[in-house]
Design a protein around this ligand. Structure first.
Ligand SMILES: *Cc1c(COP(=O)(O)O)cnc(C)c1O
Length: 479
């Protein structure tokens, strides 16, 4: 199986190369040339298959040079540190709506589902390509990704990870999650400035040919862990195959997905194309409703105000993985995809023709919720079902409630533990000004659910990283 670029001007490569490169040389994103199909027989077996076995069954055709033993070892290691038997957990809210909790990993957000597995695939990809360099992962983060990447790469042989977050720009809990990080190959720096300053700094390091050469001499290459990498997308397909197979009662299952970079919902779309019983996909945005407007009008337009919301991991104006959807929507017209992406780069917007949009609307529902809607959704769900939502998942709940009743069985994808955003969740119920830990305790009493240990024990963990640096000094920390 070869991987091709969505923009069509890069040579096809193996799965290992696609994962090691992250992005294709023509600026496009890698996709498999053809999608493996789930047979009737497989689908029948999947209905009772445990998660780890499902992961092997789904992922193996995409990674033909991996043996079943290699892949099984990666999968078992990846989901060892989840606090549930299966890495995800279902919670039915009513006859039709079930929450699919994807946050039982070590950082209490869904990014663990992929970022615990991806770092274990990476060393094998390197081995298969004869690459002996040490891989240094550089990540700028506005909160969730950095911590999930740190936990994923900690103590993975042949790798080191450097995370840069904006000083004063993440929540206290998120900051503690990062500054108390354990592991022998990890480093965390607060950067003076906002997220963009940290992000620009990292991009500058990646673009610095002199730095790259001097690292190469030392046997080091730079890489990133962001969600355009195929190695992060692939593990996400698994939970849509698993969930649709387990929840379906003959009919396809709809999914509501709180969306930012369009990675999570794209994985659902791929599961559907592989033949899993996936129905409609509801793309839920917060006040940064660039995707809602796209599905409504066919125009993707990033020229707009940027809002900081209660669901910070969805505060995004460029949803990179939409490019992969466009590839499928145009039946693989890579020249067309490349032209739209050039337009996005130069003018900040592009328009997709009506015929293609109506096909997309046959699969995708859409909607947005601002902060007030989000708080209302948290209250409504607690009152109706006694269930506590985090602000990201609440955006999905709000959008679901606003759509006409479908009558379909629907899974609401829950992307973070409510205890990770405890202060904002508590504010939906009372005008309280508490610290994060007190908010966690109050919410735990109110909901009857325990605070995930990985979050509650933060207050007792030693802070290991205290450096605050200027953006111009980011290169120095690479020694
Ligand atoms: C990253 C993230 C999202 C958005 O997922 P995408 O794959 O970027 O669409 C939603 N919720 C939480 C909690 C996240 O961390």
């Amino acid at each position: 199986m070869k991987y091709i670029s969505t923009r069509g001007s890069a040579a096809p490569v193996s799965a290992e190369r696609a994962i090691l490169s992250g992005i294709a040389p023509d600026g496009g994103l890698y996709l498999p040339e053809t999608l493996p199909q789930l047979s009737e027989e497989t689908l029948a077996q999947l209905r009772t298959m445990p998660y780890r076995e499902t992961a092997l069954r789904v992922m193996q055709p995409f990674l033909p040079s991996f043996t079943a033993e290699e892949l099984t070892a990666c999968i078992n290691d990846a989901y060892l540190r989840f606090d549930t038997k299966e890495p995800l957990r279902f919670q039915a809210l009513d006859e039709k709506l079930t929450v699919m909790e994807l946050w039982h990993g070590p950082t209490a957000a869904f990014k663990d589902m992929a970022l615990q597995l991806f770092p274990r695939l990476l060393p094998l990809c390197k081995k298969k390509c004869g690459n002996r360099d040490e891989t240094w992962i550089l990540t700028a983060t506005s909160g969730d990704t950095g911590k999930a990447a740190l936990e994923g790469f900690r103590d993975v042989p042949g790798t080191r990870i450097f995370v840069f977050y904006p000083f004063g720009g993440v929540s206290k809990i998120q900051e503690l999650q990062m500054t108390t990080q354990q592991g022998s190959n990890v480093a965390v720096y607060a950067v003076r400035g906002n997220f963009d300053d940290a992000q620009t700094g990292v991009k500058r390091l990646f673009a610095d040919e002199r730095l790259k050469k001097s690292l190469k001499v030392r046997g080091i290459e730079l890489s990133s862990a962001n969600s355009i990498n195929w190695g992060r997308l692939l593990p996400q397909i698994v939970y849509y195959v698993y969930a649709s197979a387990h929840l379906s009662e003959g009919e396809p299952v709809d999914f509501v997905v709180p969306t930012g970079n369009f990675g999570n919902i794209l994985a659902a779309y791929l599961a559907k194309r592989m033949g899993a019983p996936v129905g409609r996909l509801i793309c839920a945005s917060n006040e940064n409703r660039v995707l809602t407007d796209f599905f409504e009008t066919g125009v993707y337009d990033r020229n707009r105000a940027f809002y900081k919301t209660y669901s910070p991991s969805m505060d995004i104006l460029i949803s990179s993985n939409l490019e992969r959807l466009l590839y499928y929507a145009t039946d693989g017209d890579t020249a067309q995809v490349a032209a739209w992406m050039r337009e996005l780069q130069t003018t900040g917007s592009y328009r997709v023709p009506v015929t293609i949009m109506s096909q997309l609307r046959a699969v995708f529902g859409f909607g947005s919720a601002d902060d007030e809607d989000t708080q209302k959704a948290i209250r409504l769900c607690k009152r109706k079902s006694g269930y506590l939502l985090d602000p990201h998942t609440a955006v999905g709940y709000s959008v679901y409630r606003a759509l006409p009743e479908s009558g379909h069985k629907t899974a609401l994808v829950s992307t973070a533990s409510p205890f990770k955003f405890a202060q904002d969740v508590l504010r939906a119920f009372m005008d309280a000004n508490t610290d994060g830990f007190t908010a966690q305790d109050l919410l735990s009493m109110q909901s009857g659910r325990p605070v995930p240990q990985s979050l509650s024990r933060l207050k007792d963990m030693p802070v290991r990283f205290r450096d605050v640096i200027a953006p111009k000094d980011m290169e120095k920390v690479l020694g």
